[in-house]
Design a protein around this ligand. Structure first.
Ligand code: GUN
Length: 290
């Protein structure tokens, strides 16, 4: 079967360009450009790369970025104070604290402290609740990017059976809610599901988000399915470091209608959706209609 490789980089470029045009219109109408604050605690190299990419994309979209770097041994009160100051700052419309935080700091506390209206990650319990009732306008960026890719690929998703592999708060659970809202039939399989591959093999759409390299093999896929691979796992192969997804790409791709590659699939779309969320938050805070 010939399969399509979904070009996440190209879709992300298109989405960032759409955001840039809207930002330009806002500025021409006399409004301030949206402002995105990114808080990075410590010097984890992977987090550093993600933050750099977010700031680079913000520049392309015409979004002002404010970078706050804190040392790995800062205490909870110091981090709380930075977030509280950003909550109060009218020039900041979106706040993102890069996760994971060092072990001695509470992620749950920080997520709750960020103003729900500036929560461009969509992690605050208020936004999680609004997503559950289909009313959220700030939705976690990774599942939002996956949804955009599926809709751009398949059009209307009504009636499709989607299987989500993984039940994390960042991807699996919000993905299930978004696909339910798009009228899919949803099954979430996870580490305690006894027959996960059998269930997955019934799906029209498979979203893999578990962080286990190449877990999803050919036995998990119905011929003609569309597969979205959220995993980014660094493995050693022939003495070299390589990035692979949660899907065994070489075995699965030939069975699919379409599949996302790793890298170059979900990753760029996640960052593009952060720009979209920042624009949404800024417009709401400035009372500009959608
Ligand atoms: N670390 C890995 N993914 C994410 C994300 O989507 N948002 C934040 N804040 N940190 C992350």
């Amino acid at each position: 079967m010939t399969f399509k490789v979904i070009n996440g980089k190209k879709m992300a470029d298109d989405l960032v360009e759409e955001v840039r045009l809207e930002v330009q219109q806002m500025c021409e109408a006399g409004h301030a450009a949206p402002g995105l604050a990114v808080v990075l605690v410590g010097d984890d190299p992977a987090s550093g790369v993600y933050v750099r990419n977010k700031i680079r994309r913000a520049e392309q979209a015409g979004i002002r970025s404010i970078e706050k770097r804190m040392s790995a041994d800062c205490n909870q009160e110091e981090l709380d104070a930075v977030v509280e100051a950003l909550n109060q700052d009218d020039d900041v419309h979106g706040i993102l604290v890069q996760l994971p935080l060092p072990k001695h700091l509470s992620e749950e506390r920080i997520i709750r402290l960020i103003s729900p209206q500036k929560d461009v990650d969509g992690f605050h319990p208020v936004n999680v609740g609004l997503l559950g009732t289909g009313q959220a306008d700030l939705v976690p960026c990774t599942p939002l990017g996956c949804l955009e890719m599926l809709q751009r690929e398949l059009g209307d998703l009504s009636g499709k059976h989607a299987v989500i592999v993984g039940r994390s708060n960042i991807v699996g659970k919000p993905m299930a809610n978004l696909l339910l809202q798009a009228n899919c039939t949803i099954t979430v399989v996870h580490s305690r599901t006894p027959n996960a591959s059998e269930i997955s093999r019934m799906a029209d759409i498979v979203v893999a988000a578990v962080g286990v390299p190449k877990l999803v093999g050919d036995a998990w896929i119905k011929p003609g399915a569309v597969v979205i691979d959220v995993g980014i796992n660094a493995i050693e192969l022939d003495g070299k470091r390589k990035l692979v997804g949660d899907v065994d790409y070489d075995k699965v791709a030939p069975m699919c209608q379409a599949i996302t590659p790793v890298p170059g699939g979900v990753g760029p779309m996640t960052i593009a959706c952060l720009m979209k969320n920042t624009l949404v938050a800024a417009k709401r805070l400035m009372n500009i209609s959608h």
